[in-house]
Every structure is written in structure tokens, then in C-alpha cells.
Design a protein around this ligand. Sequence first.
Ligand SMILES: [Ca+2]
Ligand SMILES: [Ca+2]
Ligand SMILES: [Ca+2]
Ligand SMILES: [Ca+2]
Length: 270
Amino acid sequence: MKKIIFSLGIIGIVSAIVIGGTIAYFSDTETSSGNTFITGTLDLKVDDNDDPNVVHVTLSNMKPGDDSGYYKWVLKNVGSLPGILSVTFGTMNDQENGINTPESIAEAEPYGKLGARPTLGHPTNGELSEFIKPGIHPDDIWEEAKPYTTIIERNDEEGWFIAQVSKEVNTGGSCGWGPKNWSVPSIVISQWAVGPKTNYGYFGLKSWENKTFTYGTLAPGAEIAFFFKAKLESNLQAWDGTKWWDINDNVIQSDSVQFDLTFRLEQVTP
Ligand SMILES: [Ca+2]
Ligand SMILES: [Ca+2]
Ligand SMILES: [Ca+2]
Ligand SMILES: [Ca+2]
């Protein structure tokens, strides 16, 4: 019996090598004294699609109180080697899309004098990304999710935290990584502070511009989902690192923001 199992094991290994050879994305064969070495593959698929692993997100026509719901992308390592998976938020392409009268009045208000933007004034290319919240304040995590949520890192001045959620429960509005069959993330990346740039840097979605979040190692054949959610509070306010200031909600009228998400699978270096 033992012998039979052993033989099957050999067959399994042989067929795995043969299959690996035929589906290899790139392959390099070097022969020496009858031994063959075949290079492994590193290949990421996003929602079953191949490179360039970039998705475009457009947020427009939003109004205070809106919630985009979760965007979800399933990432799969279809190569033969483990890889380090990460996502990078691209440049926030904010657009003013015209300024109507209420927006013009709001944008003329020197809310910077309240401390949020002392010298910069309003950007003329729109400011939606500064007010979009890709997260939730730790105190606002939904009650049903609290017992399953463990905060791993937290920075209240910059307004973010990272948490681990042990059960498929909705924390109430954050992005991150999660099992592909879940509808919410299990590793929550939260940016809850919004508003114009301060000494602490940008807040809101704008603070994720050109930022990379690493998931960790994705084994060959493994899948994980990335979740993204955008929210506009029903009353726009600005965080300055210590407190909130009221903002005239009309500053974001007709504004839109576009950005890319780039998923990357990189070789694990020993
Ligand atoms: Ca506008
Ligand atoms: Ca503006
Ligand atoms: Ca307001
Ligand atoms: Ca605006």
C-alpha cells in the first residue's frame, strides 16, 4: 500500500512539472549533464484579467452623505512562485468641473483662517479627494463588528488606523484586504480624517496619493480580494490634526476625482 501511494506521488510530481512547463508565462531551459531546470513564473490576475493590473476609479456626482459601497477586485497568483502583493494609489486627478454660484461663494470663504489651510486657499482643480473618506473613525466602528476588530496601528493626528477583523462583519466603512468570498475586508486600512493639507500632510483619499499598501505573500494559486470604499460625510468638516472645523459643503459641488489602482506581484527575495 505504502509503495502504491509513493508511486502516485512520483506521478503527481512528474505531471505537475509537465503542466508547469506548458502553462509557464516565460520559461528558460538550461541543460547540463541531463538535468533540466525550468524557471518559475510570477503572474498576477485581477478579476481574471492579465496585465497591466491597473484599474481606473472615477468618483463623481457625489453629494454629502453619499457612500459608494465597496468596490472589490479579486487578485490571484496564477504563477508558480510566491509573490509579495501590493496596491498603489495613483495621482488624484481632481477636477473642478465648473464653479456655480454656491460653490463660488463657498470657495471664497477663507476657511483656512480657521486653521485648516492657513495660506493655500482652495485648489482651483477641485478638492473632492481631500474630503472623500476611505475609512471610519475607530469610535464609529459598528457595534456588531467591535468584538471582532483588533486595531494594530493607529495615528490620531494623521487620522488613520489599520485593524484585523476576525469575522465577516462590516466595520462600517473602510478599505483593505479580505478573503475573496467575503463582502467586507478582514484587514482594514482606514483613513478617517478629511480636509485640506496641514502640517500633518494631506487627509482624506488625497493622503493615499502615490501610496502603496502591501498585503504580504500570495502563494501560487492563492487569491485575495482588495476592497475600496469612498464616503462623503453628510456635513463636510475639516480635521486639522487636533480638532474639526466646519466647511461649507458647497466647495465640492460638481467636483470629481479619478485615479488608478495598480496591483503588483513582486518576487520574494530571500
Ligand atoms: Ca466644482
Ligand atoms: Ca476649488
Ligand atoms: Ca459643513
Ligand atoms: Ca470645488
